[in-house]
Design a binder for this molecule. Structure first.
Ligand SMILES: [Zn+2]
Ligand SMILES: [Zn+2]
Length: 177
């Protein structure tokens, strides 16, 4: 499928955020920002207050809600809740050598850059390619969400790991019967 590059990368950021493990580490939100620091302007402080970390969690919940929504009406409602948190301020840059657009202003706080990029990236992909491109992993014991970038929209798993785990499980189940 033919994504605009930035939109495509931004939706991956949204998916990563929705799948972030929040139970293991109370500092998960800051750890997430550090693991994805290429998304933030160089001088952006990546420390989050507890209130900001809760807002990052709310954003993650909304991305997940969009991905698991079963109807277009629900997708629209959830997307609009997410977009209401965004502060879009388009900004042209070539920080990586290629001229491209960012959705958030470069001097915005980390949480604003995160929320805006995630909300705009996700909405862009849904509007251009359809909300059916988002889904939740079919593997047993995994409820991670994914964006399906395959040409024929045939993806069912969050990762190759889950896909091969399920193939092996199905093979064993067949052999047993
Ligand atoms: Zn960039
Ligand atoms: Zn999975």
């Amino acid at each position: 499928m033919d994504y605009d590059t930035y939109g495509s990368n931004a939706v991956e950021l949204a998916i990563d955020l929705a799948n972030a493990d929040r139970d293991a580490d109370p500092g998960w939100a800051e750890a997430f920002l550090r693991a994805h620091d290429e998304w933030f302007t160089l001088e952006t402080p990546l420390e989050l207050s507890p209130a900001e970390a809760r807002r990052a969690a709310a954003t993650a919940d909304l991305v997940r809600a969009v991905a698991v929504a079963a109807t277009q009406d629900e997708v629209i409602t959830r997307l609009n809740e997410l977009l209401a948190l965004a502060r879009p301020h388009p900004y042209a840059t070539d920080h990586d050598g290629e001229l491209h657009l960012h959705y958030a202003r470069p001097d915005a706080p980390a949480l604003e850059q995160l929320t805006t990029t995630v909300a705009m990236g996700l909405s862009q992909v849904v509007a251009q390619h359809g909300w059916q491109r988002l889904g939740v992993c079919s593997a047993e014991g995994c409820d991670d969400v994914y964006v399906d970038t395959s040409r024929n929209a045939s993806r069912r798993y969050c990762s190759n790991t889950c896909a091969s785990r399920s193939t092996v499980a199905a093979y064993r189940a067949r052999r047993k019967t």
